[in-house]
Design a protein around this ligand. Sequence first.
Ligand SMILES: CC(C)(COP(=O)(O)OP(=O)(O)OC[C@H]1O[C@@H](n2cnc3c(N)ncnc32)[C@H](O)[C@@H]1OP(=O)(O)O)[C@@H](O)C(=O)NCCC(=O)NCCS
Length: 159
Amino acid sequence: MSGRRVTIRPARRSEVATLAALEQRSFATDRLSARQYRRHVGSPSAVVLVAEGTGGAVLGSAVVFLRAASRVARLYSIAVDAAARGRGIGAALLDAAEEVARRRGRTVLRLEVRQDNPAAIALYEARGYRRIGARRGYYEDGADAWRYERALAGAGTRQ
Ligand SMILES: CC(C)(COP(=O)(O)OP(=O)(O)OC[C@H]1O[C@@H](n2cnc3c(N)ncnc32)[C@H](O)[C@@H]1OP(=O)(O)O)[C@@H](O)C(=O)NCCC(=O)NCCS
């Protein structure tokens, strides 16, 4: 990571505006608002992770949804600040999201990705995600999604 240290940790309530701004910069449509982040940070059914760089800067984030009755966790958002991409931060966030889901007893992590997003598709496929289907017109602008999932090795054996 170019010698830079990055820590992945849970987001703080004080960071919701920063997270919404990162989301605005990272996605053209279907963006989480500050209000939605406020609801998810600290919710029992969601985990919001941030990648913190040296000096405390938020360089990336990931949002995982954990519905109570389901063994399937959902990666709802993952984004790395444009200036910090290509240094392994996205992969570190994905690792951490999987670990959180595994620790919470989920056996599968599932996600949607725009079919026109080769960087994210490459990230998921490099990490062993399997394409399980498509959703036509899934995004607000009508773009299609691929659906991917990965079984979480060792999941379900810990509380
Ligand atoms: C997708 C995203 C999170 C990747 O974050 P990142 O920190 O740049 O990713 P990493 O540096 O950890 O890269 C991990 C792997 O992803 C793939 N990857 C990342 N960027 C890539 C690119 N521009 N082109 C092709 N593959 C890419 C590669 O497989 C890479 O592994 P490698 O470096 O060993 O080749 C980042 O590009 C981003 O925030 N994009 C905008 C938001 C977004 O599209 N989120 C995904 C929504 S589903």
